[in-house]
Ligand binder design. Structure first.
Ligand code: GDP
Length: 459
């Protein structure tokens, strides 16, 4: 781990050949270090340029001009990290980019670690911890909804909600403590009913935020979804349709899919961590048996099951066995009656009786819209607008919120029961601590390290 005051540098663009690449340097000595290896064409020293200016010049290593590039200066606190920062945009070849980095390192910068720029932004107060998490998710985004959910507007809404709750509770706690310390002076201008109203209004906001995690989880973390069914019902065809490509082998021969195929896809607003599995049936083929046992394991770990049935043939013993095995599952199941383009023979009344969610599609010709309507209804709140509402999108954030809500519930019942103010205020204080962990005002080092270790070097 670098000394927090060290000036750090890294390539911030992905490795590979590109039009341009960016080398970011941040820290108190950023300008002076880069000045040693970047000579402006104007011959005016880099250090004399004001913040937020881009300067054309040459990058020098061992006395040789290795590239012509643009250096952009951001002076503290007006930079991503909140520190003095210089970003060199050079030509984007792999070797030239590494050589420019070498030049900056040779002038005294330290190699940045994964997520170290964003960690510094958090430490200097430019970002909250929820902002940093959103930026991490944005880098990993695979769906349009994930981009909206982690956008600047969306994360600002969450910050505003948390800050407003934090400030409201802090002010309540100050009043309650004043009342404990100086009861005779009547410093607290709040009646017991007013205290209760403040607690209940905070609880309402907290509960709304907690409820938003249902949608946040479905969009950001994704729903672990397994496609299962007996062989040849169209599981791989459905997988390919949802993945929008030929990823799984489709054939009329049973037992083609043996390995699990996994891909993250977007269905309506929801992200599915989708798995195509081996068809479940009785077989003596050893490799297929392994595939089937993997399928069963995946089904146990899933959050959503797509049970595919072939609508063009009558249900048989294997279908009935699967239907019976799954019909008492705690996980939502969508029974998909496939091959609707062919004459239908399956007993749909029986399927409708067994499952709450049934959809008839032709996976060969589509079916995403029909499925997406059900998945959206099951996993998101239709009243929530992704991209403009405050949404909690990670398990860590949700756990802190639940803790804050539980302490406030306890504070509200203590207040209702007429318990002394110190009992109420101690619960309020614990709720504030939980909120502080949520946005990182007070959070332990292990949590911070865990979050930033998922970032790439250069971010
Ligand atoms: P899996 O074994 O359950 O993965 O089934 P596949 O996806 O490999 O499909 C088995 C056969 O059914 C293939 O010949 C597919 O072309 C065919 N099939 C799949 N979906 C449909 C559909 O919607 N309509 C028709 N007519 N055939 C389909």
């Amino acid at each position: 781990m670098n000394n927090p005051t060290a000036t750090i540098t890294a390539i911030s663009t992905p490795s590979g050949k590109g039009g341009v690449a960016l080398i970011r340097t941040s820290g108190a000595d950023a300008v002076s270090i880069v000045s040693k290896c970047f000579i402006p064409k104007s011959n005016k020293p880099l250090s004399e340029y004001p913040s937020r200016t881009s300067v054309y010049g040459d990058v020098i290593l061992d006395g040789e001009r290795i590239d012509d590039a643009i250096a952009t200066i951001f002076r503290a606190p007006n930079s991503y990290t909140g520190e003095d920062t210089v970003e060199i945009t050079c030509h984007g070849g792999m070797l030239i980019t590494k050589t420019v980095l070498e030049a900056v390192l040779a002038c005294g910068a330290h190699p940045a670690e994964a997520g170290e720029f964003t960690r510094r932004a958090f430490i200097s107060g430019k970002l909250s911890l929820t902002d940093a998490e959103a930026i991490g998710s944005l880098l990993e985004a695979k769906t349009h909804s994930q981009i909206l959910l982690n956008s600047h507007t969306s994360r600002n809404r969450l910050n505003e909600e948390i800050s407003s709750l934090h400030e409201g509770l802090l002010s309540l706690m100050t009043t309650l403590y004043a009342n404990i310390d100086f009861p005779e002076e009547d410093l607290a201008d709040l009646t017991p009913d007013e205290v209760l109203r403040i607690l209940e209004s905070a609880l309402e906001k907290l509960s709304k935020l907690c409820a938003s995690y249902k949608t946040g989880h479905a969009v950001n973390e994704g729903i672990n979804t397994v496609i299962c069914g007996k062989p040849n019902v169209g599981k791989s065809t459905l997988y390919n349709t949802l993945c929008k490509g030929e990823y799984a082998i489709v054939s009329e021969y049973a037992g083609t899919t043996r390995d699990l195929l996994e891909k993250t896809v977007s269905l309506g607003r929801v992200t599915l961590n989708l798995v195509d599995t081996a068809g479940i049936h009785e077989t003596d083929a050893p490799v297929e048996k392994i595939g089937i046992s993997l399928s069963r394991k995946k089904i146990e770990e899933s959050e959503l099951i797509f049970l595919v049935l072939d609508g063009s043939s009558s249900l048989d013993g294997e279908d009935f066995e699967l239907i019976e095995a799954l019909s008492n599952s705690n996980v939502p199941i969508i029974a998909i009656i496939n091959k609707s383009d062919l004459p239908q023979k399956a007993d749909t009344a029986f399927i409708n009786e067994k499952f709450e969610n049934v959809v008839t599609i032709s996976a060969k010709n589509g079916g995403e819209e029909e499925l997406s309507a059900i998945v959206d209804r099951l996993f998101t709140d239709e009243k929530i607008s992704i991209g403009s509402d405050a949404i909690v999108s990670g398990a860590r954030q949700y756990a802190s919120l639940i803790r804050a809500r539980d302490f406030l519930l306890s504070a509200a019942s203590a207040q209702k029961a007429g318990y002394p103010s110190d009992l109420v205020s101690s619960d309020v204080s614990l709720a504030i601590s939980a909120l502080s962990e949520l946005d990182g005002r007070a959070v332990n080092e292990d949590i911070i390290s865990g979050i930033f270790s998922h970032f790439c070097v250069g971010k």
